[in-house]
Design a protein around this ligand. Structure first.
Ligand code: SF4
Length: 201
């Protein structure tokens, strides 16, 4: 990693750790910055910290994190190879979902992180991450495992691992989607210029 990238990621991390831009700074124990390979080809974006992430200050360290690690290993990808982050960085009170205004306030940190890492594929785990990039009429159960080209990377919507914990009948589909992701990465996909496509970057 170049020193400039290292410096900019460390700066982003510090800003997140000390952030008080939205009311969630009152309910958190720790803010949770992204972690993992700073030059990852693939990023995984969840919705926000749960109780375990809040306690440890790291993304995806609870049961959903264990399942994510297992799903990655199942297709020959190590967690240390990828970047893992979230739409929001602080645990809401009572474990509620973040409000739209909180998501809007926090999202620039994620967009900055994606710009710095420069992944080829951004996996959107669940509807909150999906709806940061595509209209709300599209939902995960319709678009999962279907790559969506953007100007600088492909979006790859996927079920959030927590969905498979709540609904074990989803697990075979979730595993199949990770296999589809691996095949997609192995195919070395390239982006065509996106005429008329709106980009967040
Ligand atoms: S959720 Fe995001 S915007 Fe809100 S306080 Fe935490 S880091 Fe800041």
């Amino acid at each position: 990693m170049g020193r400039e990238l290292e410096k900019r990621l460390a700066d982003l991390r510090q800003r997140i750790l000390g952030c008080k831009k939205c009311p969630l700074c009152e309910s958190r124990t720790r803010a949770v910055p992204g972690e993992g390979n700073p030059q990852a080809e693939v990023m995984f974006i969840g919705q926000g910290p749960g109780a375990n992430e809040d306690r440890w200050g790291r993304p995806f360290v609870g049961r959903a994190g264990d399942l994510l690690n297992e799903l990655l290993r199942g297709v020959g990808i190590e967690r240390s190879d990828v970047r893992i982050s979230n739409v929001t960085r602080c645990l809401p009170p009572g474990g509620r979902l973040p409000f739209a205004a909180e998501i809007k306030t926090c999202a620039p940190y994620l967009l900055e992180e994606i710009e710095l890492i420069g992944p080829k594929v951004v996996c959107l785990l669940g509807n909150m991450a999906l709806h940061l990039f595509v209209e709300k009429s599209k939902v995960i159960h319709e678009v999962h495992a279907k790559p969506i080209p953007q100007e600088k990377f492909f979006l790859f919507p996927m079920y959030h691992p927590a969905a498979a914990l709540r609904r074990p009948d989803l697990l075979p589909q979730v595993k199949a989607d990770f296999a589809t992701l691996k095949a997609f990465l192995d195919s070395k996909p390239t982006l065509e210029p996106q005429l008329g496509q709106q980009s967040l970057f």
